[in-house]
Each structure stands twice: as C-alpha cells, then as structure tokens.
Design a protein around this ligand. Sequence first.
Ligand SMILES: Nc1nc2c(ncn2[C@@H]2O[C@H](COP(=O)(O)OP(=O)(O)OP(=O)(O)O)[C@@H](O)[C@H]2O)c(=O)[nH]1
Length: 313
Amino acid sequence: MSETEPKGWFARLRGGLQRSSSALTERIAGIFTKRRLDDETLEQLEDALIISDIGVDTSRDLVRDLARGRYGKELSDIEVKEALAGLIAGRLEKLAEPLPHRDQHRPQVVLVCGVNGTGKTTTLGKLAKQATEAGLKVVLAACDTFRAAAVEQLQVWGERNGVPVIAARTGSDPAALAYEALDRARREGADLLMIDTAGRLHNKQVLMEELKKIIRVIKKLDPSAPHDTILILDATTGQNAHSQVDTFKTMVDITGLIVTKLDGTARAGVVVAIGDRYKLPVHAIGIGEKIDDLRPFEALPFARALMGLDRPS
Ligand SMILES: Nc1nc2c(ncn2[C@@H]2O[C@H](COP(=O)(O)OP(=O)(O)OP(=O)(O)O)[C@@H](O)[C@H]2O)c(=O)[nH]1
C-alpha cells in the first residue's frame, strides 16, 4: 500500500472484512492444526473456500496451486493463510484498476447500473465527491426517474456537496434526461458526468430497453460515450451477484465493477469468485456508509484482510 493512504485504511478494511475472514480462517484453522497437506486436508480446504463464496472453480484452482511444491508437507494454518493470500492476490492483481480518468473525453461519461439497493446512489455520491476533491468538475444525472426517493436522495446529496444534479419529475423519460445532462455537462465544461440509472430487475425487458435507450441517446452527442459502464454489486447477496453480472452483461457492455457492503457480511469471498470468473476490472470496494469507506480495490491488502492477516509490508 502506498504511503499516501489515509492512516488506518487497512485496519478499517480488515475490520470490515472481519465476518468474512473469521468464518474462513476458523475453518482453515480447524483443518490445519499441524496437519499434512494431503488429499483429505486439501478436500476439506476446498470445501471451506467454497462455503466462503470463493466459487467452485476458483477454490479448486487455489487448492491445486497451494499443493504445488507443498504436497505432503506439514503446514500450520498461518502458513496456509499466507500462501492462499498470495495466490488470491496474484489472481486479482490484474483486475485491480481504479476508475480511469479519461481526460481525452470531456466530459468522461460514466453510466452506473445495478439492482436497487446495491448502493448505486451512495456509491455514485462517494465517487463524485472524491472526483470533486481531486479537482474535477462533476455533474450527476438522476436517471432513476422511476423512484422519486432515488432522485431526491441524489439531489439532497448534490446540494450538500456542491455538485450539480440534473433531475426531472418522477416518471419522465430517463433517456431524455441523460441527453439533457450530457448537453449541460458539455456546455459547462464538466470533466465528468455520472449517470445513475434504475435497477428494477423484476421487469428485465423494460430495464434493458431503458438502458439501451439512454446509451443510444447520449451517443447522439458523443458517439464514444459512455466511456465507462459500471455495475454495482452488493456483496451481501453472495452467489446472487453472479446472476446480476450475467443479467446486466446481456443488457449493456459492462466495463468494470464496484462491490459494496463488504462490511457486515461473511461473503466477501464473492469478490474473488466474480473477479476470477468475469475478468472485469474491480474499480473500488465499499466497506461502510461514509465517504472514505469507498476506496480503490487493491488485490494484496484485500486478500490479506480476507485471510485475517496483517497489512502487507
Ligand atoms: N454497510 C454498508 N452500507 C452501504 C455501503 N454502500 C451503500 N450502503 C448503504 O446501502 C443502502 C442502499 O444504498 P443506495 O445507494 O440507496 O442503493 P441504490 O442501489 O441506489 O438503491 P436505489 O436508490 O433503490 O436504486 C444505503 O443505506 C447505503 O448507505 C457499504 O459499502 N457498506
């Protein structure tokens, strides 16, 4: 981790992942009380990883890689956790990619999608605030015009933080609003336009048409937009997050993920499974409701926190 990290981020990350790490490490400790790495312990370890939402294929690969050069040896649970953290970090390293700032596009258009309640609106607010603090001029578009509360939530947040929020009456056309927002962001010379969208999955056809229309319409002003299409996933949904990625991938071209609510769940392992399966960049993770609780995803600190280990040196 870099020296510029706010002090205590790793401690907070570890605290946030506490439920996930203690469930997982208790299982590992139960298997490895000075026991040989043999077929039986490897099978038990694979089960422990699967139960921790790390995914069937990834768990199998991790156990295979762990056995390489260690098979038949006596290992303590700490040695197993250290080795697994390294292997997990190695798999996720390439995917840890902060949301890119594309200054060749002005404004850079970021479309945010995801099921209702995953933390879309709050995440958007946090990202906007961080971008504003980094000196960027940000405009937000509240295109979840279906849910009045979502629009109000974003408006209140925008007022509090001095970020303009383009909103319309409930029920109005989200695509028209997205167009208006991009037009205004261009005229005002904004660096970043972030578009919040609806997430009511119970009517997939309507949602898909709505998302496609938003994209079609903003392309009329900027054929290269949206430059990023981010799916927000809620870690507490565990394996359900996989079907959310599958569903949204059929609707839009997802370019990256943000995983929220890693605190208060024992299912943080799902980040490993999703990263491994979809190979989509993970831009950030959320470990709480405060603005500083959303941070760029970093593979090694995450993997070590998941294993309940100390911060990387
Ligand atoms: N504990 C925790 N809570 C979070 C995190 N991210 C968001 N939340 C909370 O999750 C709840 C839902 O967040 P919203 O941003 O309203 O979710 P949304 O996806 O926009 O939902 P709609 O507005 O219904 O579309 C809020 O109470 C947030 O404060 C996180 O990382 N950790």
